[in-house]
Design a binder for this molecule. Structure first.
Ligand code: NAD
Ligand code: WQD
Length: 340
């Protein structure tokens, strides 16, 4: 299939582009590069061993998005493009609602106009909110998220459900990711956050490579085995394979819109991840236990059963693989992707 990959220069999108090529699909990247560097495209082409068409496009520009669909044919869309920093979304809600919703509206309008019916959406475990029982199951309701970022995912899931209902033949997979980490085993592409990383794994990697002096563990008094929060970390290459599985499954999906958790089904604590990263690097990492971060839940992980049975997908990479691959990427690229 010829697959439009929005946000394909970003962290998860870039890994998915490679998985698509490996599976025999033809990805076409669009990205505004608001949170990615153009240098990623040359790396993708080197790893793919073939050209990867990539266009600079801000999807909130509905006319430009429509022109793209008028000029090119697509069999499917995988929609990664979004702003994703939870804390920033609290500080700048309008920017998040506008970017994430308007980008999706432009895309859906162009798809409807050009009869493109297959859609895979980057949703998030954050849609389960604070009250869902663990492990999280796809049918849980009501979906609600504490942050504007998370709420854009809840809203877009609803928009997709309503739009698919009036377009016969549309098939939409809502992929709810847990905590994506790791990097391509080549060490050529990986997560490259701008500024101070919000997430734990890139923070550990930047401490290990000497860009930051220590990690602060946000809270050591949670009701968990070691007192630190537990999350369901999933290797980005496994996650990328989940997108290919979802894409290939769309035409035979049991309902027009279906949600799938993409997680491993087990939790790892902050300290367990830190110690795994120390094993990958080969020495201890300086850390201190600090106060809790507002909004963090003590522990959650996926019920991964639906993706396993219906998509035939399950992750294979371990926490040690996730740390080893992150470290290969970070140590080979201490400052991330080059600017030009
Ligand atoms: P990322 O920031 O690396 O990738 C997103 C890409 O979208 C970036 O390259 C950015 O430049 C682009 N983009 C943003 N707004 C755009 C617009 N208006 N037009 C065109 N391009 C635009 O983030 P990621 O970690 O790869 O996340 C990909 C998707 O997965 C996002 O939708 C994110 O919300 C979702 N997600 C991420 C995580 C995570 O922890 N990384 C977890 C759950 C869900
Ligand atoms: C993991 C654990 C922190 C940094 C976020 C979003 C979620 C999803 C994935 C998009 C937590 C602790 C972190 C640090 C720490 N994104 N931590 N020190 O919060 O589970 O999920 O990313 O959809 O919506 O909220 O991930 O990596 O930020 O934190 O102790 O410097 O690490 O408290 O327990 P989180 P994270």
């Amino acid at each position: 299939m010829r697959v439009l990959v929005t946000g394909g220069a970003g962290y998860i999108g870039s890994h998915t582009v490679l998985s698509l090529v490996e599976a025999g699909h033809d990805p076409v990247v669009v990205d505004s590069f608001v949170n990615a560097k153009p240098a990623v495209v040359a790396r993708l082409e080197r790893l793919a061993g073939r050209p990867v068409p990539a266009h600079r496009l801000d999807l909130t520009d509905a006319a430009a998005t429509e022109r793209l669909f008028a000029e090119q044919d697509f069999d499917a869309v995988i929609h990664f493009a979004a702003l994703k920093a939870v804390g920033e979304s609290v500080a700048r809600p309008l920017e998040y609602y506008r970017n994430n919703l308007d980008a999706t509206f432009s895309l859906l309008a162009a798809m409807a106009a050009h009869d493109v019916r297959r859609f895979v959406f980057s949703s998030s475990a954050t849609v389960y909110g604070e009250k869902a029982p663990v492990p999280y199951q796809e049918d849980y309701e009501p979906l609600v998220s504490a942050s504007p970022y998370g709420q854009t995912k809840v809203m877009i899931e609803r928009v997709l459900t309503d739009v698919a209902a009036v377009h016969p033949g549309w098939k939409v997979a809502l992929l709810r990711y847990f905590n994506p980490v790791g990097a391509h085993p080549s060490g050529e592409i990986g997560e490259d956050p701008q500024g101070i990383p919000n997430n734990l794994m890139p923070f550990l990697a930047q401490v290990a490579v000497g860009r930051r002096d220590h990690v602060t563990v946000f809270g050591g008094d949670y009701p968990t085995a070691d007192g630190t929060c537990e999350r369901d970390y999933i290797h980005v290459v496994d996650l990328a394979a989940g997108h290919v599985a979802a894409l290939d499954h769309l035409d035979t999906m049991s309902t027009d819109v279906r949600a799938f958790n993409l997680g491993t089904g087990s939790g790892t604590s902050v300290l367990e991840l830190l110690h795994a990263f120390e094993r990958a690097v080969g020495h201890d990492l300086p850390y201190e236990i600090g106060p809790r971060r507002a909004g963090d839940l003590p522990a959650f992980w996926a019920d991964p059963h639906r993706a396993r049975t219906e998509l035939g997908w399950s992750p294979t990479r371990t926490i040690d693989d996730m740390c080893a691959d992150t470290w290969r990427w970070q140590s080979a690229n201490p400052q991330g992707f080059p600017e030009a």
